[in-house]
Each structure stands twice: as C-alpha cells, then as structure tokens.
Design a protein around this ligand. Sequence first.
Ligand SMILES: NC(=O)c1ccc[n+]([C@@H]2O[C@H](COP(=O)([O-])OP(=O)(O)OC[C@H]3O[C@@H](n4cnc5c(N)ncnc54)[C@H](OP(=O)(O)O)[C@@H]3O)[C@@H](O)[C@H]2O)c1
Length: 170
Amino acid sequence: MTSKTRTLIVGGASGMSKATARLLLEDGGSVVLVGRQRNRLEVAQQDLAHPGRVEIAALDLAEPAAVRAFSARIPTEFPDLTGLVNGAGVFLPKPFLEHAEEDYDRYLDLNRGTFFLTQAVARAIRRLEGSLSDDLVSPLCKAAGLKPARAWQKFEREIAGELPDTDMGF
Ligand SMILES: NC(=O)c1ccc[n+]([C@@H]2O[C@H](COP(=O)([O-])OP(=O)(O)OC[C@H]3O[C@@H](n4cnc5c(N)ncnc54)[C@H](OP(=O)(O)O)[C@@H]3O)[C@@H](O)[C@H]2O)c1
C-alpha cells in the first residue's frame, strides 16, 4: 500500500523519529526531517535512501524567533503537509535536587517551540479543509507501540476537539 502523505518530522535525524520516517517512506509518503544540526540531517537523508522524498530543514525548536520564521515558511514551502511527528526531546537524567535553572529552561523552551510549531502545522493542515486522514502528532508513539504520555493525549484531544471540521486523527 502506498500513500501520498507529507509529514514534518521534528527530531528526524535520529532515534524513534527517524524510524518513523522510514516507515512513512516505505508506505510511499514523503518526509521533511527537522533538527538543529544540518550535518546530522544530511546523514539521515542519505541513510533513508529515498531520493526526492526526503527533505531536510535545520531548526532549533528552543529558539522562538527561529520557530516563528520556520512557521512562516510553511504555507508556501510545505502547504500540503498531512502530518507532524513531534520527536525532539530533552533528557537530562539528573536528581531533582541537582537541576539548575538552565535545565528547567531547556525543557520549557523546547515545549514552547513544540506548541507553536504544532499550531503552525495544524493551520496548514486545516487549510487543506479535511482532505487528509493522517495523524497530527502520534505516529511516533504508534510506530514505537507506545501510548502517548497523558499530557500528550490531552494536548492531542484538545486540538482535535477544536478542529472538528478536519479529519485529524490521533
Ligand atoms: N528512545 C527511548 O527509549 C525513549 C523512551 C522514552 C522517551 N524518550 C524521549 O523521546 C524523545 C525522542 O527519543 P529518541 O531516542 O528518538 O531521541 P534522539 O535520537 O536523541 O532524537 C532526538 C532528536 O531531536 C533533535 N532535537 C533535540 N533538540 C532539538 C531542538 N531544540 N530543536 C530541534 N530538534 C531537536 C535531535 O537532533 P539535533 O541534536 O540535531 O537537534 C535528535 O535528532 C526524547 O525526548 C526522549 O527523551 C525516548
């Protein structure tokens, strides 16, 4: 089976997001890999080995101005997005008592970027007026056989509830 999906994959240079990209490519879709380091994105693009169906875009989600600039590009450069994988994350395995303010900011800055990029992609998908049936944020969890964390489930349900006229599934 093949599909005409075009999915923005944040964190797509590695890990679960890259594995999700591979599955979507095998299904006939195309992907846009997003991450901070262009060289890692280029390596992933080569490795995924689907010329013409893997684009890359460097973006640091923790930089509000960069997220705004990237979001502004979506309507013209990626107007036909059908899905989003939010796979970038911070993992700082430190005891609670050792966390510094910078650590706290790292988590929140990334969450802020994730929120507003998700909003920008949701707007793009909505512009397609329900002509899609792909997932907005959960393909990564599905691919990994995981249930999204409760906060994610709530986030997803809230978005779906506010966009009933689209066919966004989670
Ligand atoms: N793997 C697991 O078993 C597991 C289990 C539970 C939870 N998680 C969480 O799930 C998430 C993904 O896991 P993973 O194993 O796939 O991790 P991973 O291989 O480290 O992938 C994370 C990706 O996010 C990108 N990234 C990080 N910060 C970014 C930023 N500010 N802006 C844009 N891209 C950014 C990284 O690329 P650049 O560095 O080039 O930006 C990297 O490609 C992480 O939050 C992890 O803590 C993982």
